[in-house]
Design a protein around this ligand. Structure first.
Ligand code: SF4
Length: 205
């Protein structure tokens, strides 16, 4: 935590010391944690230290790549709560990358769905969950298990495996698995275009 401050600021050792302590406290870790080794911290505490290290230089934007993976659900909830409170305190913007749709729904205002390295749908999170417009987004949301639901939705179940990213299909990358694919989908790559207040890359959206 001291290292970036040494490189990027002219703070004295004592000033760095007190800043590091303040930032550790802001992520919910008491000063005693300064003397611990990584293996002495729990998974949730390690995420907090990671966040504290990022915050020392006061970034305006943080890219969080699967920040809750490997954490159990209760620790996950406390880490997400911490992200929200730090966002307010430090006026942060997050780019939040996750495969966990429940976490995405609770954390993100805007949502961008990717398939094989390309954006297929971008919009307000609530609107996308309410009415997904791209077939891939529809299949993702249909695959989310619902407590109490007896029905399994087969309408958007995807066949096969994702293609090799080094040998992507012609036209629309999703066409080999899309239940709505037509000839044009193999011939032309659909552009990301505005459809009903959001961006969708599908010829038939
Ligand atoms: S462009 Fe065609 S293959 Fe691609 S998502 Fe739309 S319907 Fe499916």
């Amino acid at each position: 935590m001291h290292e970036p401050l040494k490189i990027h600021t002219t703070l004295s050792r004592a000033e760095r010391e007190s800043l590091v302590q303040a930032i550790l406290r802001s992520v919910g870790l008491p000063d005693a944690h300064l003397d611990l080794y990584p293996h002495e911290l729990s998974g949730g505490q390690q995420r907090r230290v990671g966040l504290a290290r990022i915050l020392t230089l006061r970034p305006r934007m943080i890219i969080l790549d699967e920040p809750t993976s490997g954490l159990d659900v209760s620790v996950q909830a406390s880490v997400l709560k911490l992200f929200r409170s730090l966002q307010e305190t430090f006026a942060l913007t997050y780019l939040f990358i996750s495969h966990d749709l429940a976490v995405v729904r609770s954390m993100c205002r805007r949502l961008a769905v990717m398939y094989l390295g390309k954006l297929v749908e971008v919009g307000e999170t609530a609107a996308v969950f309410e009415k997904p417009r791209h077939p891939y987004t529809q299949s993702l949301l249909a695959a989310v298990p619902r407590i109490g639901s007896r029905r399994v939705t087969l309408e958007f179940t995807l066949p096969g495996e994702p293609p090799n990213p080094r040998d992507v299909p012609s036209g629309c990358r999703f066409r080999t698995r899309c239940p709505l694919a037509k000839e044009v989908c193999a011939a032309e790559e659909p552009p990301l275009r505005s459809v009903g207040g959001r961006l969708v890359a599908c010829h038939f959206a």
